[in-house]
Design a protein around this ligand. Structure first.
Ligand code: 3H9
Length: 666
C-alpha cells in the first residue's frame, strides 16, 4: 500500500537536471507487482501523482482529495502513462475532457468516473489497509490498467475530429491541448507499448517548446505576485492585514453589483448602497439573480442573507472596509470619500474601484489618507480573477495588506501596483489602442488588425473589444482631457500637444456609433445589443473619406507590422512602468495582462514575450518605428529597455536586479 499526496513532477526542475528515479519504469514495476498495491490518496494526486496512482491496482481517496492531470496547463501532456491509462480506465470522452482541460476533480467525481474505487471520510491509509484486506487473494489480472483494451468509440474518427476542432478553437494557438488529443488517439489506435512510445515522443516535443516555458513561467508568476512589495519598503511578509468582516459597496452599477456578489459569496456581510430607491431595487433584483444562478451552478447555498441594501451612505458607518464603485468622475468620487471619511468608524479602509484616477487625490479628501487604496476590479467583477490593488504614496502597509488579503478571500489574484494614470493594465492599453487607430489611418481595416491579434491568441481583437465595452467610455475620458477639439481648419485635429493623435474613435462617437450597445461601432451588429460583429461597408467608406480629407495615402500594411506596432508599443510602456516603480517586477505585469486583458497564457504575458522575442530585437524594431513616426512618443524605446539590451539582454528572472539597481551596468 502506498500513501499519496503528490502535486506531480517538480516544475522547478524542468529545464534543469531532474532528480529522483524515472517515473515510467517505477509505474510499470508497481503495475506488474504480484502483490496488490492500494493507493491511499489524501490531499492531491495531480500529474505524475495521479499517474503513479493509476499504476496501483486499487485507489482509495479521502473525500477532500483532488485529482487531475493538469500537465496541459503547463504546456505539457501527462508523460508517465496518463494519456494511455486514463482512457482505458474511464473511456475516451471523459479522459479527453480531463486531459485537455487539466481540470481537477473532487474525490466524489473521481468515484463517479471510476478513477477511484472508494472514497472515505476517515484516514485514507486506514481505509486502504481495510480495503487491501478485503481483496486479499483476488486475482490482479483485471486490475492492471495497462493490460486493458482501450474502449474504442464506434465512430472513432468522427469523435476525434469533433474534439480536435473544439480543442483547436478554444486553445487559441496553444499546442499542448492539441497534442494531448493526439496522445489519447494513440491509446485507442495503438497497442499499449506503442502508445507509451508515442506519448513519450509527443511529451518530448512539448517539453522543449517555448509555450511550455511560457506556461511554467506563468505558473510561478501568478504565485509570486502575492509576495508584494512597495518602493517605500512595505512588504507582504512584514505587513499585517486587519480582519474585515463587514464591507460596504457604494454604487450598484455593473461593477458594484459584481463586487457585492463576490463579497457575499465569500461570506462577508455586505452593505450595498445606491442613491435612489428605484436603482436600489433594480440592483437588488440583479444581484439576487446573479447569486441564485451562481449557487445553482455550484450547488452551493445561497448567500442572499449576507447583503443589506440601503439608499444612505450612513449605512456604511460600522463597516470595516468600503469599496466605492460609482461613475468614473473625480468630483463625485471626491465628494463620496469626504462623506465616508466623516461617516465611517475610525480605522475603516476606504477603497476605490476606479480604473484610472488618482488614488492620492481621493485620499487627500479624507481624515486618514493612510487608509485609502484602490481596488480595481475587472468586469464582470464576480467572474474575472484579477484585482489591481493600488497603493498611493500615503497608503499604509496595513491597508495594502488588507486589500490584498481581501482579494485572496474572494478568490481573486491580487497584484499590488503603484498609483499613476491607468495604473498598470489600462496605462499599457493606451499606446496599444493608439497604434491600432494609427494603423487604420495608414491603410489597415479593423478586420485586419483584429485578425492579426486574434491569430496571436487574444480572444478578441482590439476593435471588437472596443465595440463590446463601448466606444463612449474612452470618448468621455478624451473629452475630459481636452483632446476632442478641431484644428484651425475645422477638421478633427491629428496633432495634440505636439504628438500624433487619432480622432477616429471620437468621430464614430459623434455619429452615435458606441459599439454593440447601439448596434454600430467599428463593426455592425444585427440590432442594438447584438453580439456578432459583421464587417461594415459604411466604416470602410468612412475610413477612405477620412484619409482623403487629411491627405493620407493608404498603404499595404503587413501582419508583422500590425503585431509589432501594437504589441511592442504596449511592451515599451510596460518597461516604462517597471522603470517608474509602478510594478515591482515583470511577473506583476504579465499576470495582469493574462488575467485582465486576454493576453494568451501560452505566451506568458507581454514582458515574457519580449524576453522570448529578444530584447535587442524589440528595441531594434521600436527604434525603427520611432524613426518612421517621430511624433509618437509611445514608440520611443524606454531607457530601461535600452539598459537591459545594452547589458546583454539578461533573462527575465534577472530584470529585477537591474530595476532595483538603477545604476547597474547590466
Ligand atoms: C515524466 C513526468 C510526467 C508528469 O506527467 C509531469 C507532471 O507531473 S507536471 C506537474 C503537474 N502538477 C501540477 O501542475 C500541479 C501544480 N500545482 C498546483 O496546482 C497547486 O500548487 C496545488 C493544487 C498543488 C496547491 O495549490 P495551493 O494550495 O493553492 O498552493 P500553491 O499553488 O500556492 O503552491 C504552494 C507552493 O508549492 C509550489 N508548487 C506547487 N506545485 C508544484 C510543482 N508541481 N512543482 C514545483 N512547485 C510546486 C508553488 O509554486 C508554491 O510555491 P511558493 O514558493 O510558495 O509560491
Amino acid at each position: 500500500m502506498s500513501c499519496l499526496c503528490i502535486t506531480g513532477a517538480d516544475i522547478r526542475e524542468f529545464g534543469a537536471k531532474m532528480s529522483g528515479p524515472p517515473l515510467v519504469p517505477m509505474i510499470h514495476m508497481i503495475e506488474a507487482a504480484a502483490k496488490p498495491v492500494v493507493a491511499a490518496i489524501e490531499g492531491v494526486a495531480l500529474g505524475g501523482g495521479l499517474e503513479l496512482a493509476l499504476s496501483c491496482h486499487y485507489r482509495i481517496a479521502h473525500s477532500k482529495a483532488r485529482l487531475g492531470l493538469p500537465e496541459v496547463t503547463l504546456g505539457l501532456l501527462p508523460g508517465a502513462g496518463g494519456t494511455q491509462r486514463l482512457p482505458r480506465l474511464i473511456g475516451v470522452p471523459a479522459a479527453l475532457e480531463l486531459i485537455t482541460t487539466g481540470r481537477h476533480v473532487t474525490a466524489a467525481e473521481a468515484l463517479q468516473l471510476g478513477i477511484v474505487d472508494e472514497v472515505t471520510d476517515q484516514n485514507a491509509v486506514d481505509a486502504a489497509v481495510k480495503f487491501a484486506q478485503s481483496v486479499e487473494g483476488k486475482s490482479l489480472d483485471a486490475r492492471r490498467i495497462g493490460t486493458f483494451p482501450c474502449p474504442r468509440p464506434p465512430d472513432l474518427d468522427a469523435v476525434f475530429e469533433k474534439v480536435m476542432k473544439e480543442v483547436r478553437r478554444s486553445a487559441r494557438g496553444a499546442i499542448a491541448p492539441v497534442t494531448c488529443v493526439q496522445a489519447v488517439h494513440a491509446a485507442v489506435t495503438l497497442p499499449y507499448a506503442k502508445g507509451m512510445e508515442r506519448e513519450r515522443e509527443l511529451f518530448s516535443t512539448l517539453f522543449t517548446s517555448g509555450q511550455a516555458r511560457a506556461l511554467q513561467y506563468y505558473f510561478f508568476a501568478q504565485r509570486a505576485v502575492s509576495r508584494w512589495s512597495t518602493p517605500s519598503g512595505a512588504r507582504w511578509d512584514t505587513s499585517k492585514p486587519r480582519p474585515v468582516r463587514k464591507a460596504a459597496v457604494i454604487g450598484l452599477g455593473t461593477m458594484g453589483r459584481g463586487i457585492s456578489v463576490s463579497l457575499a459569496q465569500a461570506g462577508f456581510s455586505v452593505v450595498a448602497v445606491e442613491t435612489q430607491e428605484k436603482q436600489l431595487l433594480e440592483a437588488k433584483q440583479a444581484v439576487s439573480g446573479m447569486l441564485e444562478r451562481d449557487a445553482k451552478r455550484r450547488g452551493a447555498p445561497l448567500a442572499h442573507g449576507n447583503i443589506k441594501y440601503s439608499c444612505s451612505l450612513k449605512a456604511a458607518a460600522d463597516v470595516d472596509l468600503v469599496i466605492e464603485a460609482v461613475f468614473e468622475d473625480m468630483a463625485l468620487k471626491k465628494a463620496i470619500f469626504r462623506q465616508l471619511s466623516a461617516i465611517c468608524k475610525p480605522g475603516t479602509f476606504l477603497c476605490s474601484n476606479t480604473s484610472a484616477l488618482d488614488i492620492d487625490e481621493l485620499a487627500s479628501q479624507t481624515q486618514s489618507p493612510e487608509l485609502v487604496v484602490g481596488m480595481h476590479f475587472f468586469a464582470p467583477a464576480h467572474v474575472m480573477k484579477l484585482l489591481e490593488v493600488v497603493y498611493g504614496p500615503r497608503s499604509s502597509p496595513e491597508a495594502v495588506a488588507t486589500a490584498m488579503q481581501m482579494g485572496k478571500k474572494i478568490g481573486k489574484v491580487s497584484v499590488a501596483v503603484g498609483n499613476c494614470r491607468g495604473f498598470v493594465g489600462n496605462r499599457m492599453l493606451k499606446p496599444y489602442l493608439e497604434q491600432a487607430f494609427f494603423l487604420l489611418e495608414e491603410g489597415a481595416t479593423p478586420e485586419q488588425v483584429d485578425q492579426v491579434l486574434e491569430e496571436f491568441g487574444f480572444p478578441m481583437g482590439v476593435f471588437k473589444v472596443s465595440d463590446l465595452s463601448g466606444l463612449d467610455v474612452g470618448w468621455k475620458v478624451r473629452k475630459a482631457d481636452g483632446l476632442v477639439v478641431p484644428d484651425s481648419t475645422g477638421k478633427s485635429a491629428r496633432i495634440q500637444g505636439g504628438r500624433r493623435y487619432s480622432p477616429l474613435g471620437d468621430l464614430l462617437c459623434e455619429q452615435g456609433r458606441f459599439g454593440q450597445k447601439t448596434g454600430r461601432g467599428w463593426y455592425q451588429y444585427d440590432k442594438p445589443g447584438g453580439r456578432v460583429a459583421k464587417s461594415d461597408p459604411w466604416l470602410h467608406r468612412f475610413l477612405e473619406e477620412y484619409r482623403a480629407r487629411h491627405g493620407l495615402v493608404a498603404r499595404r500594411i503587413d501582419q508583422q507590422e500590425v503585431l509589432e506596432r501594437c504589441l511592442y508599443a504596449l511592451i515599451n510602456e510596460g518597461f516604462q512602468i517597471l522603470q517608474d516603480g509602478i510594478a515591482a517586477g515583470p511577473e506583476d505585469i504579465d499576470v495582469i495582462y493574462v488575467l485582465g486583458y486576454g493576453w494568451p497564457r501560452h505566451r506568458g504575458g507581454p514582458m515574457f514575450f519580449a524576453d522570448m522575442v529578444g530584447l535587442d530585437k524589440v528595441l531594434d524594431r521600436l527604434e525603427r518605428y520611432h524613426q518612421l513616426h517621430p511624433d509618437v512618443p509611445g514608440l520611443k524605446p524606454c531607457s530601461l529597455l535600452r539598459k537591459l539590451a545594452a547589458g546583454g539582454c539578461p533573462p527575465i528572472h534577472r530584470w529585477r536586479e537591474v530595476i532595483q539597481k538603477p545604476h547597474s551596468q547590466l
